[in-house]
Design a protein around this ligand. Structure first.
Ligand code: NAD
Length: 471
């Protein structure tokens, strides 16, 4: 038995089977999470389909007002949700941790409530009146990752609902508890069935992508799973938005002041312990400043208080799960074997919890696992370059294309270099900054479509043209 239940048609449903959700800071069980069967999923989709009939006809202003209410409800429960998030996700309460994530979730919901979907008059003359409207698609299936589970859930759910769709969401099996609780809070602001939340193992995600009565999937997760989602969604030709993995490069030009840029580079790399899709994951540094910058980066990355995130003095928590921890450690060991020089970190505590301090490895090259694979953890490879074109080619050489950055004291020069990066967002003198009014998405294998702003809202709509001939 569990205190947590699936949220289906406004009801909390207790399931026969559950699984244990562990706290990555101490490997103890936080609580048991319900496992949804195929019948539960069918009930959730049926509830969402039924609710769509009325929700899709609610006026735009009323839907906007409800999204505003959702923002307030998240804000008023933020401390409860933040503590639960820290327990199951590991991120600290303080710093850019759980409280920060809840602030982002409420803020994004609030901003999304202000977005508009106006009609567009394409032609109105003696021959015809042609009007374009944006109509909701139907039932949206939201499949979520474990790194920013609540903020990303809001990125999926609120624009879908704002545009008149109904939703079945599926949190990651690693972080389902705070999502179930947030879904309960949000669904209390909505008519029954508009938001439903089912939890279980990965097969539940696959059933969603195969479900004939889900019309769109919004998926945030890894590239291999994204490919599976695309393939199994094809049977019913679902609309898709895919926000997938990245391996963002940062290029540091020869004119930077190493002491000035080092703290911002570390922040861009290690936001959320490096477990951020658009974190800086490969750093290319010009040889004229390489040694100085390595020294400053090591200073900036050292001495961060690490431990259980519920202790407010800690600013770094554990890696979220054992699988990810093993992967990051394996990349680190491989880099050392291949001659990588450890600038700081690397001393992994031998105690419960998946802790690894911020770790910088210099003198590595393209072709090594630590550079070519998305590490998604507190580990940053630093690569020396002497020719800028080579660095740009390296940045663009992988299948990923989420973000990238250029660091320089000449912002005009840097912006020209940034525009040559093959990625959805190219930052200058920063990395990873996002905002609800700026579209965000990946190119190449990092994704399809965008989130945020009007462009993101449009992804939850179909265009309809009404073409009235005039006599
Ligand atoms: P993951 O792909 O392992 O899992 C994501 C979700 O997919 C989970 O809910 C999982 O249960 C579900 N799933 C697993 N198999 C499935 C299947 N066959 N069909 C449907 N759903 C299935 O990803 P993760 O480890 O949770 O998240 C980390 C990855 O997500 C990283 O690569 C990261 O870069 C990426 N990410 C991208 C963005 C972005 O906006 N581009 C944001 C956050 C994370």
């Amino acid at each position: 038995m569990s205190d947590y239940g699936l949220i289906i048609n406004g009801d909390k449903i207790v399931t026969e089977k559950t699984f244990a959700v562990k706290n990555p800071a101490n490997e103890e069980v936080v609580a048991n999470c319900p496992i949804a069967t195929k019948d539960h999923l069918n009930s959730a989709v049926k509830a969402a389909s039924d609710a769509f009939i009325t929700w899709s006809k609610v006026s735009d202003d009323d839907r906007a007002a409800v999204c505003g209410k959702i923002s307030s409800a998240i804000a008023s429960h933020s401390e409860e949700l933040a503590k639960l998030l820290t327990q199951e996700q590991g991120k600290p309460l303080e710093g850019a941790g759980s409280r920060f994530e809840l602030g982002g979730a409420a803020g994004w919901a609030g901003y999304t409530s202000t977005l508009k979907l106006p009609e567009k008059i394409i032609q109105d003359d003696e021959n015809a009146k042609i009007v374009q409207t944006r109509k909701p698609i139907g039932v949206v299936g939201s499949i979520l990752p474990w790194n920013w589970p609540l903020m990303i859930a809001v990125w999926h759910i609120v624009p879908a609902i704002r545009a008149g769709n109904t939703v079945v969401m599926k949190p990651s099996p690693y972080t389902p508890l705070s999502s179930l609780r947030m879904a309960e809070i949000i669904s209390a602001c909505l008519p029954a069935g508009v938001l439903n939340c089912v939890t279980g193992e990965d097969n539940l995600g696959q059933w969603m992508t195969e479900h004939p009565n889900i019309q769109k999937i919004i998926f945030t997760g890894s590239i291999p799973t994204g490919k599976k989602v695309m393939s199994s969604s094809s049977a019913s030709l679902k609309r898709l938005t895919l926000e997938l993995g990245g391996n963002d490069a940062g290029i540091v030009l020869d004119d930077v002041d190493p002491a000035a840029v080092a703290p911002d580079i570390i922040q861009g790399a290690f936001l959320n312990n490096g477990q951020t899709c658009a974190a800086l994951k490969r750093l290319y540094v010009h040889d004229s400043i390489y040694d100085d910058l390595c020294k400053e980066l090591a200073n900036a990355a050292s001495g961060i208080p690490m431990g259980d995130g519920l202790d407010e003095s800690n600013l770094q928590g554990p890696i979220q799960n054992k699988m990810q921890y093993d992967k990051v450690v394996a990349l680190f060991e491989d880099a050392k074997e291949q001659g990588g020089r450890v600038l700081c970190g690397g001393d992994i505590p031998n105690e419960p919890g998946y802790f690894m301090p911020y770790t910088l490895v210099a003198d590595v090259n393209d072709g090594m696992r630590i550079v070519d694979e998305e590490q998604f953890g507190p580990l940053l490879p630093i690569i020396k370059y002497s020719d800028l074109d080579d660095a740009i080619n390296s940045a663009n050489a992988l299948e990923t294309g989420l973000g990238g950055s250029v660091w320089s004291s000449d912002t005009e020069r840097a912006a020209k270099v940034a525009s040559q990066l093959e990625c959805g967002t190219a930052w200058v003198n920063g990395h990873g900054g996002i905002a609800p009014n700026v579209p965000f998405g990946g190119v190449k294998c990092s994704g399809i479509g965008v989130e945020f702003a009007e462009e993101g809202l449009h992804e939850y709509t179909n265009i309809q043209i009404v073409n009235v001939a005039k006599a």
